[in-house]
Structures are given as structure tokens and as C-alpha cells.
Design a protein around this ligand. Structure first.
Ligand code: PBG
Length: 326
């Protein structure tokens, strides 16, 4: 041959060369651990559909938060599992409600070593399981829900939260929460907004994790999986309304949306590697069908490569350890 063969393989010859030219990496500081805390639990309760994930007691939550801080994670995202639910989701705004108490516990435990975030949504607290309150026709009432989200933001702020995570996909939720926080002189509390959140079948295991009482679906507020452009629009609306970070959720089936959102906004972008994505890998690994640890790291790397600055993942603490020992 007169032309030399171009040899990209040259840079793949040794682990050192491969490390030198890696375009993407994952760092523990970019990982956020979602955690469930169950009111009244005295021991952690295993979640059957999410092997290795538990509903924490207040005690075990504190221990896991300390561990997360020691491993150098970026933060934790808290979800509450209350003992009683009602149509208005009252426990969400109660200062003694499980989520607000857990926020205070996590902040007391981690101090400034971690960013403490909390889900700001009504679905864990409503008897009907929807993310908002219902009107007389049983439809989710957007604007009445906004007023409750505003109150919930203030309760979470009072408990010491660093970032609230509105996940209900109500129109105007970021603006309503920002106005409430600012009006109460809490300009310091940030908003990690679920910008593009899709009505996904992959939330299945989460519904067990929070003892969801939902019947029906969330298709009148969560987005249609067919729509990528609309995901970008939702994210841009959140930026306009004052979001500090925007999130795309789920991650794996929406990597294209993640890339488009990353390119469209100039604030940090997060992605939520959700319950179903976790459980699929765990189930396949338990069957011996895939090699678990490389599958975890490859999953997280794909989300980083698609554009996520921050990843919420149930593997956060374990992945941080794997990264440190490589
Ligand atoms: C709603 C909420 C959901 C998840 C996080 N926040 C569930 C839903 O929209 O039904 C899903 C997280 C996961 O599946 O890991 N508060």
C-alpha cells in the first residue's frame, strides 16, 4: 500500500494510553444519591424491586448520609414515605412531616459536606397518588397545586434544604416556588428543576419504593415520550422561571433529549438514572447475564457523555467507591 494505514488503535494499546485520551469521566462529586425515608420505620426496609435499595429509618438515613459525604458525593435527594396520606397531601407541608424532618436530619449529619436536596412533589403524600391536588372532576388542578408547592418549598427551606427538586411537571412551578422563596427572604435556596420529565414505564420500581397509591397514569402532566423538542422547551421555560439546575428524566431512554438540553441552556444539567434503569441492570446481573460493575460504570459514563453534569443514581455511593479504587 502506498498510503499509510491510519491507526486509531495506537491510542488503545495500554490502560495508561486509554486513560490519557479518555474524553469523558465520572467523578464522585457529580453523583447524587436518591434516598427514601419511611415514617415510623425502626429498621431499614428492603425494596423488593430495587435490590440493594432501602426505605430508611431516620437513624439509618443519617448513617447513609454520613457515608455519602465521606465518599465525596455531590449530594443526596430525599423522598419521604409518610404513614398517612390525604387528598391534599398535607404531610408535605407539615414541619413535622417525614420529609421535612429527614431534611433537617440530613443537614445536621452532613453539614456543608454535601448538598441536601428534596423532592418537591405531592405524589408521595396524596391518597390518590397524583403529583397535584384534584378538582371537582378529578383532574389535576395546576394552579391550586402551585400554591401548595410554594408552601412546601418554604417548609423544606425552614428544614434547611439546599436545593428543592420540583418534579410534578405543573406549568409555572419553578416561578411559583422561586417567588415564594424570595418573598420569604430565602433567596439562598436553589431550585433543581425537573425540566423534561417523561411519563415513563421505567418508574415502576419507584412506585413500590414510595408505596405509591396511584391509579391511572400521569400523562396529563408528564411528557409524551415521543417529544424531544418539547423537552427542550420545558427546560428553557424552567431556566426563564429561575431554575438553577435543570434535569432530564429518565436518563437512558432520553439521552438525545439530554444532549439537546445541554446544548440549549447555560446552567448545569442533571439527569436522573431512574429506578427501572437501576433494576434492569441489577436483575440482569443477578442472573449472571451481564457483568455488574462495568455495566454500572458504562451506564453512568453514557449519561455523562450525553451531556449530564450531574447524575442522580441509586449507585452513587458504590460507584464513587469503584471509581476511587480503579
Ligand atoms: C415524582 C417522582 C417520581 C420519581 C421521582 N420523583 C415518580 C413518578 O413520576 O411517578 C421516579 C424516580 C425513579 O423512578 O427512580 N415525585
Amino acid at each position: 500500500m502506498d498510503v499509510p494505514v491510519i491507526r486509531p488503535r495506537r491510542l488503545r494499546q495500554t490502560p495508561a494510553l486509554r486513560r490519557l485520551v479518555a474524553e469523558t469521566s465520572i467523578e464522585p462529586r457529580q453523583l447524587v444519591l436518591p434516598m427514601f425515608v419511611r415514617e415510623g420505620a425502626t429498621e431499614p426496609v428492603q425494596i423488593g424491586s430495587m435490590p440493594g435499595v432501602v426505605q430508611h429509618s431516620r437513624d439509618s438515613l443519617r448513617k447513609a448520609v454520613a457515608e455519602a459525604a465521606e465518599t465525596g458525593l455531590g449530594g443526596v435527594m430525599l423522598f419521604g414515605v409518610p404513614t398517612s396520606k390525604d387528598p391534599q397531601g398535607s404531610a408535605a407541608v407539615d414541619p413535622d412531616g417525614i420529609l421535612n424532618v429527614a431534611i433537617a436530619d440530613a443537614v445536621a449529619e452532613a453539614g456543608d459536606a454535601l448538598s441536601v436536596m428534596a423532592d418537591l412533589c405531592l405524589d408521595e403524600f396524596t391518597s390518590h397518588g397524583h403529583c397535584g391536588v384534584l378538582d371537582d372532576h378529578g383532574r389535576v388542578d395546576n394552579d391550586r397545586t402551585l400554591a401548595i408547592y410554594a408552601e412546601m418549598a418554604l417548609a423544606q427551606a425552614a428544614a434547611g434544604v439546599h436545593l428543592v427538586g420540583p418534579s410534578g411537571m405543573m406549568d409555572g412551578q419553578v416561578a411559583a416556588i422561586r417567588a415564594a422563596l424570595d418573598g420569604a427572604d430565602r433567596t439562598d435556596v436553589g431550585i433543581l428543576a425537573y425540566g423534561a420529565k417523561y411519563a415513563s414505564a421505567f418508574y415502576g420500581p419507584f412506585r413500590e419504593a414510595v408505596d405509591s397509591s396511584l391509579e391511572g397514569d400521569r400523562r396529563t402532566y408528564q411528557q409524551d415520550p415521543a417529544n424531544a423538542r418539547e423537552g427542550v422547551r420545558e427546560a428553557l421555560l424552567d431556566v426563564e422561571q429561575g431554575a438553577d439546575i435543570v434535569m432530564v428524566k429518565p436518563a437512558l431512554a432520553y439521552l438525545d433529549v439530554l444532549r439537546q438540553v445541554r446544548d440549549a441552556v447555560d446552567i448545569p444539567v442533571a439527569a436522573y438514572n431512574i429506578s427501572g434503569e437501576y433494576s434492569m441492570v441489577e436483575a440482569a446481573a443477578a442472573n449472571g447475564w451481564i457483568d455488574r460493575e462495568p455495566a454500572i460504570l458504562e451506564t453512568l459514563l453514557s449519561i455523562r457523555r450525553a451531556g449530564a453534569d450531574i447524575i442522580l443514581t441509586y449507585w452513587a455511593t458504590e460507584a464513587a467507591r469503584l471509581l476511587q479504587h480503579r
